[in-house]
Structure formats: C-alpha cells, structure tokens
Design a binder for this molecule. Sequence first.
Ligand SMILES: Cc1cc2nc3c(=O)[nH]c(=O)nc-3n(C[C@H](O)[C@H](O)[C@H](O)COP(=O)(O)OP(=O)(O)OC[C@H]3O[C@@H](n4cnc5c(N)ncnc54)[C@H](O)[C@@H]3O)c2cc1C
Length: 383
Amino acid sequence: MHYFLSEEQRMIVDICRQIVEERILPVRAGLDEKGIFPWDIIREIGKSDLFRLFVPEEYGGMGTGIFEVCLATEELSRGDLSVATTYAASGLGFIPIIVMGNDQQKKRFLPSLASGEKLAAFGLTEPEAGSDASSIITKAVRDGDYYIINGTKQWITNGGEAEIYTVFAATDPSKGARGVSAFIVEKGIPGFEFGKKEDKLGIRASATRELIFTDCRVPKENMLGLEGMGFITAMRTFDQSRPAVGAQAVGVAQAALEEAVNYSRVRKQFGVPISSFQAIQHMLADMATKVEAARALVYHAAKVIDSGEKNIARLSAMSKLFASDIAMEVTLDAIQVLGGYGYMKDYPVEKMMRDAKITQIYEGTNQIQRNIIALDLIKRGAL
Ligand SMILES: Cc1cc2nc3c(=O)[nH]c(=O)nc-3n(C[C@H](O)[C@H](O)[C@H](O)COP(=O)(O)OP(=O)(O)OC[C@H]3O[C@@H](n4cnc5c(N)ncnc54)[C@H](O)[C@@H]3O)c2cc1C
C-alpha cells in the first residue's frame, strides 16, 4: 500500500522493519514465554534514534510529529507489542515534560531520554483509581524546597526499568482533579521503591510494576507546571499519545493478517489450499479492510494533531478506540483462519491476540474513550 510517505518517513519505517526482522522476530516467543524485559532491543531502538522522533531538536531530538511516532510504533508492533509498548510508554512518560516542562526541566531530562540512554514511565493509576484518575490518593505535601510524596502507583509500564518517572499526586485533595500536581521523580532517590513485576496475559516482556513512595522527598524544581495542573497535564498527554496506542493496535492486527493470509495459502484441506474456500476469503477480506480503515483513522488523527489543531480529544480517542477494537477482532479471526494451529504456541497468532487485548484497556479503557467522544459530540456538535 502507498501512504505517500516522505523519504524521511520511509526511512523510519525501514529502520523499524530491519529491527523487527533481525532483532525481534528471532527472540519474541522466548521473551514472551519467560517475561524477559527486552533491553537489547530497546538499546538498538535507542541507537537507531527512534526515541528522538518527538523530542524537540533543541533538547536532543528530531522534532518530528506524532505521525512519525505512529509509523515507528506500528512497525515495532508488527514485530512485538511488548517492545512497542516499552517504546511508547517511554514517550508517554516524557510527553508531560514536553507539554508542561520549563526550559530547565527539558534541558535536564529530555536529552538522555531522546538518546534512549534512559527510559521514562508515566505513573497515574492507583489500586483505587483507574478510570476515575482524579480520585488518586497519593499525596505530595510541600516542605520547604521539597514535596514529600506518599502513596502507591499500580501497573506502571516500564516500572523499575525506567530512570525517569512522571508521577501524579494530590497536593490539595479537597480540590479533586484541580488539586492534582505532576512531578518528575528519578529512580534511586530515597523513599522510592518498586513492587514485583506483574505476571500478565499479554505484552509479557514489558515491565509492569508498582511504584511505592514512602516519605519520598522530591525537589520543588521537579514539579511540572504549577500546583493543580497535574490532571490537565495527564489529559493533554493522553490527547497526544492515544493515536500511538491506535498504531500499536494497527501493527499487531497487520501482523495477524499477514500470518493468516500466508497460512491460508499453504494449508490444504479437502485437497486444496484453504484460501480457495470463500468462507476463508471473506474473513481475510474483512480483516484487511478493517486494518486499512483503522490505519487511516490513526494516521488522520496523528496528522490533525501535528497540524496544531487544539480540539483533538475526540479524534485522538476515536483512533485508539477503533483501532484497538479492530485489533481484537482481527487477531481473533486470525486464530480462526489457522484453526487448531492458531490455538497453539507454535504459531504467533495466539500471542498476538493476548497482546492486542491491552490496547482496549490502557491509556483509558474503550468505555472511557466512548465517554470522551460522546461528551465532545454533545458539547461541540457532530461536525
Ligand atoms: C498492562 C497494563 C499497563 C498499564 N500501564 C500503565 C501506565 O504505564 N501508567 C498508568 O498510569 N497506568 C497504567 N495502566 C493502568 C490502566 O490505564 C488502567 O488499567 C485503566 O485506565 C483502567 O483502570 P482499571 O483497570 O482500574 O479499571 P476500572 O476503572 O476499575 O474499570 C473497570 C471496568 O469498568 C469500566 N468503567 C469504569 N468507569 C466507567 C465509566 N465512567 N463509564 C463506563 N465504564 C466505566 C471500565 O471501562 C472497565 O471495563 C496499565 C494497565 C495495564 C493492565
């Protein structure tokens, strides 16, 4: 397919394809089975300058748009969603610094994240605050030049592996969402520890851990924006990052489609390839059409965001919602095309289905995306 990519965009896709072919495909089943964090591959992604994409040039980045991030994320997801999640979650961790950080914070933290020397993570969710993120109870209390953070964050991607964490805490619990503030917290400071690595259904090689804060003293210079701007920082970050979750979904769906098409050509039953059965042909046709539609919506959302448009919440949510629902449908259908073999670990489609499920859950469940879209429709009208 032709997506009218520039030479630079084509290069991003080609670099990712090479990493997928040479570094990811040979090891992905083992990483998944043992739940091994893919540090070697992440280092390679760093060396290939892919973390630089969205970071402004003056802070060591390449200053490209979300569209380029989506291209890279989609291709890496074609190889392995754990790797792509690790990559995208670092972006999720540093986007708050880009959207809300001051010049000093950007100079201090972005260059080592852009080079891939360090990973970032985004700490919002808590055991009692998932979809209702404004109800977080992790507290940050001002004490002279410091804030003292107490509380626990749950299911944080890159937890333990990342060096730099964007952490959301209530500085004024009486104000709800308006009393939340965002902080940059570095691994290794006293009072900041990690819980065990979660054992998950899918994206098993990505690290998901608790962040535990016990009287953790964070310098006041590490606050992003002003007190009370944390929730808006998180929402602005999601508006930028959700198309990349859509891109993850498109990548894994594309991979499942390719597996299904290839298998249907070689598997013979009743003396003929199963691709000669119209029932199989129609499944493949529907799968391909859905993937293409999801990709078009993700690319469109990314391009609208890159154009500088302000009201992006609806489109951003739509791209994540639609692509992730499609990824679930297409990966399930791929298993059906492969029949019993699709159910076995000898083929990668069962892993793709397990991996795809997370795209309907993280960065806001798809029920929450529908809420965002509906509220925006009602507020602004359907045009
Ligand atoms: C593997 C993994 C990685 C993650 N990585 C991160 C990370 O890096 N950083 C981070 O901060 N968080 C992370 N999360 C957390 C993730 O964002 C939350 O799991 C998600 O937002 C949903 O919260 P919850 O799981 O508590 O579900 P709940 O909020 O308890 O929801 C349960 C069900 O109720 C539905 N529901 C809830 N409220 C509504 C409503 N108002 N309307 C309709 N339906 C509703 C939900 O859609 C869902 O189906 C991760 C989670 C997982 C599983």
